[in-house]
Design a protein around this ligand. Structure first.
Ligand code: IPE
Ligand code: IPE
Ligand code: MG
Length: 249
């Protein structure tokens, strides 16, 4: 059987892929293990997907790691996840630098525990000049929060007189989002068979192709990523036009 990698069209790869890494808890449960076992094993999938994306030449990879809603989980699980972020970011730092990957984080970062934020900032600073790929970690994220903050920023600029209401444009909105300067994801993948978008990048995903995989995140490997990209490449992105209008190369 031909591998999905060989079937990929290297000229029409997405520039930006976003992945909702879901299913760690169910993966652990299926092995009668505690949920945190699933999170620990999810790190391997993060490594694989990062490596595969960098090899393909994907410019931006956004990984949904922890939502604002996830604070509602049991205290022990939340604490373990925060510790896991610190240890993983520290452990992977040399690999990121070796592979010329820049780490960034998007979300309500200021509200993260101080040691999590410190480890993150350290890795962000240390990788800031890398330019092969940007790995964007979505941490303490919320799309509604992001849009609320954007609205506040616009309101402040209007009340200070630096922005006229008539001049509000898509650009004034985009420049106030967490992803300012980053192209929108063309492909969003969610694992574990859940068909929903997890309250993030609500503006940015407007025209993304959504691909859902039944694989639980700890089992997600390079081949699975290739299959998702292949599905993306088989879709016709019409952006409101008719099929005949879409120029096929
Ligand atoms: C995703 O896996 C990881 C995080 C939310 C951090 P889950 O923990 O949501 O796993 P399920 O959905 O319960 O299986
Ligand atoms: C989404 O989180 C997965 C993450 C990577 C954070 P959840 O698994 O908590 O999402 P919902 O609430 O079930 O959609
Ligand atoms: Mg989940």
């Amino acid at each position: 059987m031909e591998l999905a990698l060989d079937l990929l069209d290297k000229n029409t790869l997405p520039r930006h892929i976003a992945i909702i890494m879901d299913g760690n808890g169910r993966w652990a449960k299926s092995q009668s293990m505690p949920r945190v076992f699933g999170h620990r094993n999810g790190v391997k999938a993060v490594r694989e997907v990062t490596e595969a994306s960098a090899e393909l030449g994907i410019e931006y990879l956004t990984l949904y790691a922890f939502s604002k809603e996830n604070w509602k989980r049991p205290r022990k699980e939340v604490n373990m996840l925060m510790k896991l972020f610190v240890s993983t970011v520290s452990k992977e730092l040399s690999t990121l630098n070796k592979n010329n990957i820049r780490l960034k984080a998007i979300g309500d970062l200021e509200s993260l525990p101080p040691d999590t934020l410190a480890a993150l900032n350290n890795a962000i600073e240390s990788t800031k000049d890398n330019d092969h790929m940007t790995l964007n970690l979505a941490l303490n994220y919320s799309g509604r929060w992001e849009l609320t903050e954007m609205t506040k920023s616009i309101a402040k600029d209007i009340s200070s007189g630096s922005l006229n209401p008539e001049d509000i444009s898509e650009e004034s909105i985009v420049s106030r989002l967490l992803t300012s300067g980053t192209p929108d994801p063309e492909l969003m993948i969610r694992t574990s068979g859940e068909h929903r978008i997890s309250n993030f990048l609500l503006w940015q995903l407007s025209y993304a192709e959504l691909v859902f995989s039944d694989i639980l995140w700890p089992d997600f490997r390079k081949e699975e990523l290739y299959k998702c990209i292949l599905e993306y490449q088989r879709r016709e992105r019409r952006f409101g036009m008719t099929s005949d209008q879409v120029v096929k190369s």
